[in-house]
Design a protein around this ligand. Sequence first.
Ligand SMILES: [Zn+2]
Length: 319
Amino acid sequence: MNILALDIGGSKLIAALLFVDDSRFEIYSEAHRALVADCRQEQLLTLIDDAVSELGNITFERVGVTIPGLADPRHGIWIYACFSGIRDFPIAQILSDKYGSKPIAIENDVNACALAEKKFGKCRELNDFLWITVSNGIGGGLILNGEVYSGHFGAAAEIGHFGVVDFMDGCQPPIQCGCGHFGCLEAEAAGPGIAKRYARRLQEQQKLNPSIPVPILPPYTAQKVAELARSGDTIALSVMETTGTLLGKAASYAVNLLNLEAVILGGGVAQSFDLLLPSLEKSFRSRLFQNANPSVKLEQTGLGYRAGLAGAAALTLFQ
Ligand SMILES: [Zn+2]
């Protein structure tokens, strides 16, 4: 069946036409649009129209929408996203009116990615696993007994707010998280945290040795830090090592709690999985209750940057 997929992120929107069946998806065409911070509902709908008009004339039967923040899939409501002006947005009804009453499925983007990994990726044979998106933020999607587990208030698996750095841990103070607490995984190991840690460590080194060369100029980004690490920069390597350690710590807590078969990492920062892997594995395995979790896997997604679109496609299979 042909479907329209809308992958709405924090900073961009991807619209795509796809073929999807129970075991695979194929992208016919896709269009990208940048989203401004504080994006309002009307602006978003205009951008969706604009992107969809670029896709060509293939007809579609269903629409799958992945959204950041809190979703109410049953009622098709986008409840909230902290970085935008979106509140209680009945997006499914509006799109259904727009597209001739076609069935519309919406879901939180991270939950949808987890579902896509189950349908199309590395976890087809697995029934209990955790997907972690590591990007500008960190989110978790749980598959338990083969289905998305959303929790009582629809916000399960908020692994980004596991406390992983404490004031008592060492010389560096924990970074404050958007949720208000200090030392959350999201604050410490998502893109902005990686950039912040790099800046701190460079500054410390420069205090000790003012003649140390400055390899890159601010603004620092996780991508720049990863590139520097690949070129052998010791500060960047140490930052990626710390990031892996913190992600491994949080993943081990989740597995010890839920006795999962796998933890899958996706998102922009997870593109540097090879740089994270040594410390990630070490930190993860060293904290696991090994006897209860003898063969749990810790891997990068098999879906690449298309995980969001794959997620939107997977949603339409359950309508
Ligand atoms: Zn937090």
